[in-house]
Every structure is written in C-alpha cells, then in structure tokens.
Design a protein around this ligand. Structure first.
Ligand code: BGC
Length: 347
C-alpha cells in the first residue's frame, strides 16, 4: 500500500491536492481536496487491464465549473428538501433553493464546492475535513465534518463520514460518484446488470420530491431484487419512470437495521467488473444519468453523455426533514453523525 500526495491546482487562492491510494495489486483511488471528490478509480478488468470506472472530470476547472456533482461528497443534506424548508423545535429554516428556485438539491452545493483539507492517516487512508459555517446555505450550526477514504488490498473503497454540529441541525452525507464499470469512456450503462436489496421505493412528484408513499417494488420497473439490466425497464410506460426520465429514485433498503450490510451489486457487461455496495444507511438513490446530455466535457475532453453512468448514492430518504416518520436526520448539538459506505470491486 502507498499514498502519494500531489499538487492539483489552486482554488480561491488555496492549494488543492490530489491523493492517490495504491494497493498491492496496483489498483488506485484518486481523491482531490475540492469537494473531497473521488476522481479516479482504477481497477482490473477481466483482461487484466486497469480501467477507470468513474465518469467525471480530470481537471480542476472541470470539477469547479461543470460539475453534476461527479464524485463529490454532498451535504449538508444530500438529495432534495421540499421548498427548501424544514422546522426544528418550532424554528423554520429556509435553505438555498438551487433547483428551479423551488427545491434544495444536495445542500445547495456548499460541501461539494468547498475545499476540504486532506490528511494521510495511515498507509491506505486519507481523511478530508471541512468546517461548514453556521448559516451556510441556510443550514443551522457550525458543522465539523470529515470523510475518510480507505482503499484496501482487496479492492474495497470504504468511505466513513462523521459530523458534529454546535446547533441542532439536519445532516445527510453521501458520495455522488458516477460509475461506468466498463470504463468511463465506453458508452451507456444500459447493459450493466444491477441488483438492489430494496423492497420499497419513494415515488416522486413532477419536481422529484417524494410523495410520502412507500409502495412495494413488486411488479414495477423498480424491482431490482433479482438482478436485471439497468436498461430493461428504464423507459417503461410507468408514471414514475416519466417523472424521473428513467431511474432517479430512492430505494428503501429491505430489513434495515442500521448495521453495515450489502445493499447492491452491479456488473459491467464488457469488463466483467462487479461492484458490491454496502452501507449502514436506510436508502440509496439510483440515478441513471438521465439529465446528462453531452453538453458538458469530461475526462479526456470527451462529452459526458446521457446514461453513460449510474449513481448509487447511499442516504436517508430524500426530504426526510419533512418526514419525521422516516429515519433520523436531525442531530442535536454535539451529537455525532457517523455512517459508512463501502464499494468493493471484484471480477
Ligand atoms: C439527483 C438527480 C440529479 C443528480 C445530479 C441526483 O442525486 O437525484 O436528479 O440530476 O443528482 O445533480
């Protein structure tokens, strides 16, 4: 195992570093201080070649100007909050409505645009820290947050999130990596297979806010309990597929008990690379890159095209601050938020 720290660029007068964690097999994870972004993940395919399975950017300008949140850590509240409003102990908070002026998406973008300080803490782990000031994007509390990336010899990328606020606040952190297990430059992901251990999902309205229902996936395009291709039902004649223009929904993990467990398995049809996702969180957003349209240039100067990647964003259900009947997302002052998500690669 070895970690290299290199200069990557300068953002708002601050040096941005990249950290490359290489394991004994030669697989590599590269994370940069802007947004604590997971930028590259080089793993071996069935031919023995290392391929980068992350769609996104490979320049600081690309990360800063053209992000669809590729690889970043999103917070303070990942995914959406209806109307950008929620109430804690009788106080209503109004947070940035950065989506169509009516919805808060990915915390308004603060965490993912921020400079996180990277520190090598072992021969295979880098800890990124950021202090989110009280009131940033309207969220209460000075929040000390960290995301620690560990990459193991058996190709497991573990992300451990911790946060502590000095005021009662909402917290929901995730990583927004866009995966293409055939390689970042190899077309759409429709022939990848995917299994998600979720028996219910959160349907959305026309502006992607959960309706509040938690219907069964059985008999719908959202049934990934048995492995199927991502493309099989992506254009099905179903109102929810229309609302998301494909899959852009939160799946409710079956038998959720707060413990770290396997929740999804995806395989690249051409590379043979399998990714197994584990988390201790209750939900996962499957987003199939429906809104990518080729207008943004990514790695190698190539356009990032529709459905060229998929995301599995582990999270509490979207808009949970307005659904106290769902899972905990409000933390007291000094109460620690702590979750773990793991992406394991095999052939
Ligand atoms: C959302 C999508 C959005 C994407 C990029 C996902 O988490 O669910 O609707 O387009 O992030 O912002």
């Amino acid at each position: 195992m070895a970690i290299t720290r290199i200069a990557y660029g300068v953002m708002n007068g601050k040096d941005v570093h990249a950290f490359i964690i290489e394991n004994s097999q030669g697989a590599k994870a590269q994370i940069i201080e802007k947004g604590a972004t997971l930028e590259k993940l080089l793993v071996k395919d069935k031919n023995g070649d290392f391929i980068d399975v992350l769609v996104g950017h490979d320049t600081l300008d690309g990360h800063i100007n053209r992000s669809d949140y590729q690889g970043v850590v999103v917070g303070q509240y990942a995914n959406r909050i209806k109307g950008g409003k929620f109430t804690i102990d009788g106080t209503e908070y109004n947070v940035t409505c950065n989506e169509k002026g009516i919805t808060c998406l990915h915390g308004g973008g603060e965490y993912s645009s921020a400079h996180w300080n990277g520190e090598i803490i072992s021969d295979n782990a880098v800890k990124f820290t950021y202090l989110s000031p009280d009131g940033a994007e309207g969220f209460p509390g000075n929040v000390n947050v960290s995301a620690t990336y560990t990459f193991t010899d058996d190709n497991r990328l573990i992300i451990e999130y911790k946060a502590v606020s000095d005021k009662k606040t909402v917290i929901n952190l995730t990583n927004h990596a866009y995966f293409n297990l055939n390689g970042y430059d190899s077309g759409d992901v429709l022939d990848h297979t995917l299994k998600i251990n979720a028996d219910r999902y959160t349907p959305i309205d026309e502006v992607s806010i959960p309706t509040g229902e938690l219907p069964s996936v059985t008999g719908t395009p959202f049934d990934f309990t048995v492995s199927k291709t991502i493309g099989r039902d992506i254009d099905a004649d179903h109102p929810q597929i229309k609302n998301g223009m494909g899959f852009d929904h939160n799946f409710c993990i079956a038998d959720y008990d707060g413990k770290l467990k396997e929740i999804a398995v995806a395989t690249g049809d051409r590379s043979g690379i399998t990714m197994t996702v584990s988390t201790d969180l209750p939900g996962v957003q499957l987003y199939t890159g429906n809104f990518l349209d080729g207008s943004v240039v990514g790695k190698g100067g190539k356009p990032i095209t529709k459905r060229s990647a998929f995301c599995l964003e582990t999270q509490v259900y979207p808009d949970s601050p307005n659904h106290p009947e769902w899972h905990k997302c409000i933390y007291d002052a000094d109460e620690e938020y702590h979750t773990v998500t793991e992406f394991a690669f095999s052939l």
